[in-house]
Design a protein around this ligand. Sequence first.
Ligand SMILES: C[C@H](O)[C@H](O)[C@H]1CNC2=NC(N)=NC(=O)C2=N1
Length: 109
Amino acid sequence: MVETLDAAGRAALAAALPDWSMAAGRDAIERRFRFADFSAAWGFMARVALLAEQQEHHPEWSNVWNRVDILLTTHDAGGLSERDVRLARAIDGLLAGGRPPPLSPGRPR
Ligand SMILES: C[C@H](O)[C@H](O)[C@H]1CNC2=NC(N)=NC(=O)C2=N1
């Protein structure tokens, strides 16, 4: 059974995930991403989907054009767990180093 984060884990969140915030009214973390356009946003979502499958842990998320809103919580635990921290860090890693979002295709012809 997955356990929710203990007090020490919660205290470490801000340092580990400075770009994520606690979601209002949920035991969850969230982050909004903006990209140049829909293709870049969708390419990012494709990469996140692969990470989610690798980790068997899946985001609650939505996309509107160039915006992707991701909320992470652990349904099996009823709140935030290390699984959310691990996925959030991997998602952040996709964008690390100033690289452009990967898998961003050009316009189809
Ligand atoms: C069996 C499977 O691994 C579980 O149901 C996983 C799938 N993805 C999941 N994703 C999230 N966010 N929380 C979960 O508890 C969860 N459980």
